[in-house]
Design a protein around this ligand. Structure first.
Ligand SMILES: [Zn+2]
Length: 384
C-alpha cells in the first residue's frame, strides 16, 4: 500500500518559517473504520515516533486487501515541543510561552454542550433514543463535528485565537470521525510500558499485550484521549439512564512507552506488536498469526488513577539506593535514601524513606538531585 501523505501547517513563525505536521493516510481496498495514531505530543517522548515509523514500513508492505478502512499516522505531531531544549535536555512538556501542558488543551464536546445555547447530552440522548445504535452513532458524530467546525471558525476572526487553540483544532480535526485514537507517549522521566484505559473499555486493553493499565476513574476531558472519548462515554451513560444500554465502537488509548529522551528498543517492540494485535482484534487488519496466541489468556493488571501515589522530597538532597523501576514494594519497605547536606555545622546524613502503601513502582525521576517538594517517584496501588 502506498499512503497519501498530507502536510498540515500549524504555525507561521516570527522568522517567516512555517511549522507543519505530516499525516500518512493508508486506505484499504474495503471502506470501513478509521484508526488515528499520533506520537510525540510531549516533546521529550520519542519512542512513539519509532513505533509509527515501523508501522508505516509495515503497512507499505501490506496489500490493500489486508486493511479494512483507513489508518492515519502522525509522527512528531508537536514540532514546537519536539524541538524545545534546555541545555542538553528536551523539556517539551509545557508550552514555554504560556506554561500550559501540551496535553491539557483539547476541545471537549461534553463541556461545550453545557453552554446555554447548546443541547445537553441528556436532551440529545432523549432525542436519539428511538434510533438504533448505528443511527445514533452517525447522528452524534455529525453533530459533534458540526459544532467543532463552528468553534474552529473563530481562528479566522480579526481578533484571532491563542496558539494552543489553533493547534488543538488542527490536531483534533484529523481524528474526530475515527473509531480508535491511539496517542503514543512515554514518561518525561523513566517509566515501565503501560497504558491508560477508560472505564467500560477494559475488555480491549488486553489486545495491546501490556501488563499494566491505569484505569481512568477520574479525568477532566482536556487530554487528547479524554477529549475524544468523553463525549461518547457520556452519551452512553445518558442513554443507559433512559434504559438503552449500548457501547459505541469508539475507543481511545494513551500508550506510555518507556522513558523520556530515549528510544528504548523493547518499548518500541512492545508498542508495534500491541498496536498490530489491537488493529487485528478490531478487525481492521488481516494478518497471519494475529491476533497473537497469547491474546486470549492475557491478563492486564488495572490500577485506578485516583489511587496512584506520588512521592515528593520532604527535604532537599541527593537520591541513592532507590528501588528499581517495575519493583513491587510493600508498606514499610525502604523506598529510597536521601543524602542530606546542611549549612548548620553538622555532618551530612543519610535519611531512609519507607513506602507508605504497597504497590508497583512505575515511574522514577531522572534527576537524582531534588529540592524540597520535588518529584521522586510514583507508585500504583490498589490493583484490581
Ligand atoms: Zn506525555
Amino acid at each position: 500500500m502506498i499512503p497519501d501523505i498530507e502536510s498540515v501547517d500549524i504555525a507561521h513563525l516570527a522568522s517567516g518559517d512555517i511549522l507543519a505536521i505530516q499525516v500518512y493516510k493508508f486506505r484499504g481496498a474495503t471502506p470501513g473504520k478509521k484508526a488515528y495514531l499520533q506520537a510525540n505530543l510531549h516533546g521529550a517522548e520519542l519512542s512513539g515516533n519509532a513505533v509509527i515509523y515501523q508501522l508505516i514500513q509495515f503497512l507499505c508492505d501490506l496489500d490493500a486487501s489486508q486493511l479494512l478502512g483507513e489508518i492515519w499516522l502522525v509522527p512528531t505531531c508537536n514540532p514546537l515541543a519536539t524541538n524545545q531544549r534546555s541545555h542538553h535536555y528536551a523539556s517539551g512538556r509545557y508550552n514555554p510561552y504560556t506554561g500550559i501542558d501540551w496535553n491539557r488543551i483539547f476541545w471537549d464536546y461534553e463541556k461545550d454542550s453545557q453552554s446555554p445555547d447548546q443541547m445537553s447530552l441528556a436532551d440529545m440522548a432523549q432525542a436519539l433514543i428511538e434510533q438504533d445504535s448505528k443511527q445514533i452513532e452517525e447522528t452524534f458524530c455529525k453533530t459533534l463535528i458540526h459544532r467543532f467546525q463552528e468553534q474552529a471558525k473563530q481562528e479566522h476572526t480579526a481578533s484571532g485565537i491563542p496558539f494552543e487553540e489553533q493547534y488543538c483544532y488542527r490536531l483534533q480535526s484529523l481524528c474526530l470521525d475515527a473509531n480508535y485514537v491511539l496517542d503514543l507517549h512515554s514518561s518525561t522521566n523513566q517509566s515501565i510500558d503501560y497504558l491508560y484505559c477508560f472505564q467500560g473499555r477494559e475488555q480491549s486493553a488486553k489486545y495491546f499485550l501490556l501488563n499494566t493499565a491505569i484505569l481512568l476513574d477520574t479525568y477532566d476531558g482536556d487530554a487528547f484521549d479524554e477529549a475524544f472519548l468523553k463525549p461518547w462515554l457520556s452519551l452512553e451513560a445518558e442513554l443507559a439512564k433512559l434504559g438503552k444500554s449500548l457501547q459505541f465502537d469508539r475507543e481511545s488509548w494513551t500508550l506510555e512507552l518507556g522513558s523520556g529522551m530515549q528510544i528504548n528498543p523493547d518499548s518500541v517492540y512492545r508498542g508495534v506488536r500491541g498496536i498490530k494485535n489491537y488493529l487485528v482484534s478490531k478487525e481492521m487488519l488481516k494478518l497471519n498469526r494475529f491476533p497473537l496466541i497469547q491474546t486470549a489468556s492475557k491478563t492486564v493488571q488495572f490500577f485506578p488513577k485516583s489511587k496512584s501515589k506520588k512521592y515528593y522530597a520532604k527535604q532537599g538532597g541527593m537520591l541513592q539506593s532507590r528501588v528499581l523501576l517495575g519493583a513491587w514494594v510493600t508498606s514499610g519497605q525502604l523506598l529510597y535514601q536521601l543524602l542530606v547536606f546542611n549549612r548548620e555545622g553538622r555532618l551530612p546524613e543519610l535519611v531512609d524513606v519507607p513506602t507508605e502503601e504497597s504497590g508497583l513502582v512505575y515511574d522514577l525521576s531522572s534527576n537524582a538531585s531534588v529540592n524540597q517538594g520535588e518529584y521522586i517517584l510514583e507508585i500504583l496501588t490498589h490493583p484490581q
